[in-house]
Design a protein around this ligand. Structure first.
Ligand code: HSE
Length: 437
């Protein structure tokens, strides 16, 4: 049989990795796919030819992505440029030309996926996106196929390697936030704009995709609650430790009676949970299905070869399905397009969770009781309280509390009232707490 010709858009960190994996493992890949897979046409504005192993086996390299997607010989387009433009136009053009697409572009799928999948469905082609979520971990495959028998209750994941690397280094080595971020950039983990990592946008893109395939809802990035890790202080990391917790930047997708929760925020999780011990740049996703119970997926969430592993897996899946009827392929969002659910994504104020609260209070009788009265009036139960020694010459003492689960709306109201007390200095720091049991 003739080799399958692919067209590659982008020769950066992931694109270079894909060249290396596709050429280096060509024999194994052909044995698995049933056909040889070659890169017949690649496009990149700039690239480091000397750094990409196997680049000499790419037939043709240009700087024009549209030449690749319009190349009649190319059957599968691999989009690894990232971002919205020109990636989206190139992908839509490839689909119009009836080419299958493999992409690692989480931002494009999370924001424009509904439009892209609908165009692909019309043309009878596949858009595969395993590498868009959690890098080298086959989490899309796991949720969409391995767990297909289950009603998924929730999924919670550490899905941004850069953020996890920063939190781990802050905890283990007391390192400074900016210094660790710079190292993540140098290692090629961070996004081109690292605020996407530290402000949770990258994780929200990935969570949006996971939520859709877990519950069969359309992609709704704009409704995903997104909070970054930039306000986490060294003392929060230390107090969390003291209370038996770790702070992780989690993406949580949960089905509750009222709708779907999609939220990304720093979260205290019990230190004894396996996922609490996922450190450095590694990612992990915990999925709770009704039949299987909890399952945990762990691996490299970023980096050249791990991400290429997922991209090439998609390419092989597409090659294997080239001769199947479009109706018989795995649906893009796991559920048949005419069976999607219209369950609402909940506003964060309507989400229930437990809380870690840290405040600076005047050290005199009655102060704590004023705070607990406010919480009590709003039906908020306290799980634990710690009052720390004041620092030398300080007029205020740190008070740390853990609460039980409460509606965020009520907690917002409690925080406003507590901050208004003249015995409380400055703003109150709140971090959500999840038991993940
Ligand atoms: N910037 C991302 C991360 C890369 O740090 O996880 C993988 O999506």
């Amino acid at each position: 049989m003739k080799p399958v010709k692919t067209g590659l858009l982008g020769l950066g960190t992931v694109g270079g990795g894909v060249v290396t994996v596709l050429t280096g493992n060509a024999h194994e890949i052909a044995r698995r796919a049933g056909r040889e897979v070659v890169i017949s046409h690649a496009a990149a504005k700039e690239y480091d030819a000397g750094a990409i192993q196997g680049l000499d086996q790419v037939d043709r390299i240009t700087d024009d992505g549209f030449a690749v997607v319009n190349d009649p010989d190319v059957e599968i387009v691999i989009e690894l440029i990232g971002g919205y433009s020109p990636a989206k136009d190139l992908v839509l053009q490839a689909i119009e030309n009836k080419k299958h697409v493999v992409t690692a572009n989480k931002a494009m799928i999370a924001v424009h996926g509904n439009e892209i999948f609908s165009a692909a469905q019309e043309q009878g082609v596949t858009v595969a996106f395993e590498a868009a979520v959690a890098g080298g971990i086959p989490i899309i495959k796991a949720i969409r196929e391995g767990l297909v028998a289950n009603r998924i209750h929730w999924a919670a994941g550490i899905i941004n390697g850069t953020g996890n690397f920063i939190l781990t280094e802050m905890r283990d080595k007391g390192r400074d936030f900016a210094d660790v971020l710079q190292e993540a950039q140098e290692r090629g983990y961070a996004e081109a704009d690292p605020t996407f990592d530290v402000e949770g946008i990258d994780a929200a893109h990935k969570l949006t995709i996971m939520g859709s395939i877990a519950f069969g809802i359309p992609l709704q990035f704009e409704k995903t609650y997104t909070e970054g890790i930039t306000r986490i202080e060294q003392q929060d990391v230390a107090y969390a430790d003291e209370l038996g917790y770790r702070i992780k930047h989690l993406g949580i997708a949960r089905r509750v009676d009222a709708g779907i929760e999609l939220r990304v925020h720093p979260t205290l999780i019990p230190a004894r949970r396996l996922i609490a011990n996922v450190d450095g740049v590694m990612n992990a996703v915990l999925v709770q299905g009704d039949a299987v119970g909890p399952t945990l997926y762990y691996g490299a969430g970023a980096g050249s070869l791990p991400t290429a592993s997922s991209v090439v897996a998609d390419v092989i899946d597409v090659v294997r399905a080239l001769t199947t009827d479009p109706e018989n392929r795995v649906p893009h969002l796991a559920f048949q397009p005419d069976s999607m659910s219209d369950l609402a994504v909940l506003d964060m104020a309507d989400v229930s969770t437990a809380y870690y609260l840290r405040m600076q209070a005047v050290d005199r009788p009655g102060v704590l009781s004023a705070v607990t009265t406010i919480l009590g009036n709003l039906g908020i139960s306290i799980e634990a309280i710690i009052q720390k020694e004041p620092e030398a010459d300080a007029s205020h003492v740190p008070i740390i509390m853990l609460t039980q689960r409460v509606l965020e709306r009520n907690m917002n109201s409690a925080i406003t009232q507590i901050e208004a007390l003249d015995t409380i200095d400055g703003s109150l720091h709140r971090i959500r707490v999840e038991a993940l049991d």
